[in-house]
Design a protein around this ligand. Sequence first.
Ligand code: GLN
Length: 491
Amino acid sequence: MSTIPVHEWTLREAADRIRSGGVSSRELTEAILGRIAAINPKINAWVTVIPEKAMAQAAVFDEMQARGESAGPLHGVPVGLKDIFCTKGIKTTCGSRILHNFVPPYDAAVTERVLCAGAVLLGKQNMDEFAMGSSTETSFFGNTLNPWDPSRIPGGSSGGTAAAVASAMCFAAMGTDTGGSIRQPASLCGVVGLKPTYGRVSRYGMIAFASSLDQGGPVTRTVADAALMLGIVAGHDRRDSTSLDLPVPDYDAALGRDVKGLRVGLPKEYFEGEGLDPQVRAAVDRALAALVAAGAEAVEVSLPHTEYALSTYYLIAPAEASSNLARYDGVRYGHRAEGTSGLIEMMSKTRAEGFGPEVKRRIMIGTYALSAGYYEAFYGKAQKVRTLIRRDFDAAFQKADVLLTPTAPTPAFRIGEKTDDPLTMYLSDIYTIPCNLAGIPGISVPCGMSSEGLPIGAQLLANHFREETLLTAAGAIERAIPLPRVAPFKG
Ligand code: GLN
């Protein structure tokens, strides 16, 4: 372990080294800030980096350590946050021009929990504007590049988060997932991404995209690190009315558990489409073989309404977004257009200037779907189909404990390849979206590399609040298929 460069340590190794006095928080933070300074100008994974604040915080943790005190399980370890989590006194843009100057007066629940656990915050990570996208190309702050191949996208919308973790510009980070935005970039960057059950992690202070689908979760380089982060951020919060008041299990206990007898369901609809790259298919087959070799049992399941998931999502998500984004009107905070006369002109010019094309497209689709006379035909119908999709999963989990699927149909695609065609971009999330519609948890774990040296991820899905099953199964895949943890990007 001692021969591994500092930045390649896992989150747990970093925390252990600080705890045992082998390294100080200042040394660790300085090393990672050095990496950010060297690599980030090329990868653009961060919108904001706060070196002075981070070093000052690290010094506080070192002083505590000298007094024999610990702030928590992440004591002194540098981490990042997607720029969608409000951070008190630190700019929070959500990848948008309309919030380019927004400095929140409070911390999100996730921010609070990560900081209370003792983490040193390095800054805020790049993302698709308002988390709408699958490639981080819709960010107002320029696109993030994939550290495995900088001619390619890192996935999205948590692309900055996945790229930063994969290139060791932090030990772990928090992203959000509305239709795949944690799992898909994790898959494309060769890291672990976990979307918890809807309601497991508080959405308080997490800028809303589609409130009935949004969920925060960790992006890490190992499954054990995902378990550590989940244990920190999960739990009830009265400030989020959809947060569930259930005890948080000991996720660490799930890590060593045996997969013997675990029923692994393969949803046949996920393997039938033409869009699935044969190399992705082969890698997922190897993940299955690894689980079976460890004693799991493969069963075929069916999720018959899968074909409607994308259309359902692209009614519900834009409808909720059009309502959530109505608050950005130039009155209270964020960008305000200049040289206008009157309120209506100020608001419409602010929104015309402040939002990018993808966000405008979603607002228009959503407003239309919610408009009088169309509401039942579109939004009402979509909600009914959503119920059918959830029931498909209920039935599948009668037969299986966990479902195994590809995370994304292809490895990372080239920058610009899908920007002119929203539909092919939307298809990147075909395997991840149904999980959000059903509210169940999902994880993406690296399971192979393409012939071009690009990471491939396998997705595991479990029933509500069965994150432990995901961690157990993902851990078994991780152990059976050793892969490089850090992208070889040199800058
Ligand atoms: N790519 C999907 C979308 O554009 C999902 C995004 C997300 O999960 N935030 O809506």
